[in-house]
Design a protein around this ligand. Structure first.
Ligand code: SF4
Ligand code: SF4
Length: 409
């Protein structure tokens, strides 16, 4: 640690790997992309495809909007004007600035025309075990939710998610369920849901069986290893009336990262997701008008072209360049001295995929074990299911720990 720390400063941190991200630390461009925009909506004869989110009865276009890497007010307004209705944000995106950003935009619309979702991470959280801690601070959870409403300047959200729900125990963790029920009864959330990145089939089935949750937002993309189990769990939940929202649809690569990687084909990836009719809507992020146009255009025809099929097949077998950690846990058994590897890999995705260094840094703080074990290791014994070079990525991303929080402000 000392060795790393001593040779670090902001400038050489940036020059040694996370190149170019400095200017992209959490929402740096907000307000700077208000240039002339193409009109990309129904008004131009665009076909929008709708699906209903189970028993919520809410009918949405199959393309919605994630805000983890949203950067332009003009772009989001264009998306809404084009017919997108659902905005998914979270208290932990860009330290709450994503919610402020969303709040500023939705002021220009009738509140009832927008389907707004947010989520609050209970603290402390054990990502590695996939369960919420018995020490979960419920009053903090509720305070943070009130903060979300304040930042968005709204009295209620349509969907309130419990993010990082994983094992059944976390989905049915009573103190949190009670708290969420109180929020719903107070009229501050119309529907309750889980968000899940790992142990997804177990989490989705538990949510459906509980009868408590109305929606599930889950990681779902063509590279996922347990995709058949996920499909079955989703079908089960949908048959019980749950609404299903897909996130991480383009395998953790943001459109920005996609620009840097010639192999990326987000259009094919998104089409593949939405071919499953039990996915009611997806929340890809987009950062340019062209990307929005592409997202909307998939509704014209969800059929994969021969080229797109070929891309998906190739990317399925050759995915070591992907940024998406499956959360499969295969690595955990292989190294006893490593930090929480899946969390580190997720941080790597936040930094390189979403360009959100603040989210990456915050998640690294949650890794309790000695995070420089990897730096001191001569060779890595871990065989990642995705083929990631674990040591390389871990050593790269843990450098974020050496920076003061002001660096990310
Ligand atoms: S480099 Fe690999 S083997 Fe070494 S601590 Fe890190 S994960 Fe474990
Ligand atoms: S083996 Fe690879 S994909 Fe699976 S949890 Fe570990 S880092 Fe993620």
């Amino acid at each position: 640690m000392t060795k790393i720390k001593n040779c670090m400063n902001r400038r050489n941190f940036i020059s040694k790997g996370l190149a170019g991200i400095a200017g992209a630390v959490a929402f740096p461009h907000i307000g700077f992309m208000g240039t002339a925009c193409k009109r990309v909506g129904e008004g131009e004869g665009r076909k929008l495809v709708y699906r209903t989110l189970g028993k919520t009865g809410i009918k949405l276009p199959i393309v919605s909007m994630g805000t983890m890497d949203a950067i332009s007010e003009a772009l989001v307004r264009t998306a809404l004007d084009a017919g997108i209705r659902h905005i998914a944000t979270a208290q932990y995106y860009a330290e709450g600035r994503a919610e402020e950003f969303v709040g500023k935009i939705i002021k220009n619309y009738k509140r009832e025309d927008i389907i707004l979702a947010t989520g609050v991470i209970p603290q402390p959280i054990d990502y590695r075990a996939g369960v919420f801690s018995k020490d979960t601070d419920i009053s903090r959870f509720e305070r943070e939710f009130e903060g979300s409403l304040r930042r968005m300047d709204t009295d209620y959200v349509d969907f309130f998610y419990l993010p990082f729900s994983a094992k059944k125990e976390s989905v049915t963790f009573e103190p949190l369920m009670k708290s969420m029920e109180g929020i719903k009864k107070a009229g501050k959330a119309r529907f309750l849901g889980i968000g899940s990145h790992s142990f997804v089939p177990e989490a989705v089935r538990a949510a459906a069986d509980s009868g408590f949750y109305d929606v599930a937002m889950i990681a779902y993309n063509f590279q996922i290893k347990d995709i058949e189990e996920r499909k079955e769990a989703i079908a089960y939940a949908a048959s019980k009336g749950m609404g299903i929202v897909a996130m991480k649809t383009i395998t953790g690569e943001s459109w920005m990262a996609g620009k840097q990687k010639a192999v990326s084909n987000p259009k094919a990836a998104l089409k593949w997701v939405l071919q499953n009719e039990n996915i009611h809507t997806a929340v890809p992020g987009f950062t340019t008008f062209d990307q929005l146009e592409t997202d909307l255009s998939i509704m014209e025809d969800l059929t994969l072209t021969p080229e797109e099929r070929k891309y998906l097949e190739l990317a399925r077998v050759n995915h070591k360049d992907s940024l998406f950690c499956q959360g499969c846990g295969t690595c955990l058994e292989q190294c006893k001295i490593a930090p929480d590897i899946p969390t580190l890999m997720r941080c790597y995705m936040y930094a390189y995929g979403y360009r959100d260094l603040a989210a990456a840094a915050r998640n690294i703080e949650s890794v309790k074990d000695n995070p420089i074990a990897c730096a001191d290791c001569s060779s890595c014994v871990v065989k990642c299911r995705m083929g990631f070079d674990i040591k390389d990525r871990a050593v790269d991303i843990i450098r974020l720990r050496d920076f003061p929080s002001e660096f990310f402000a």
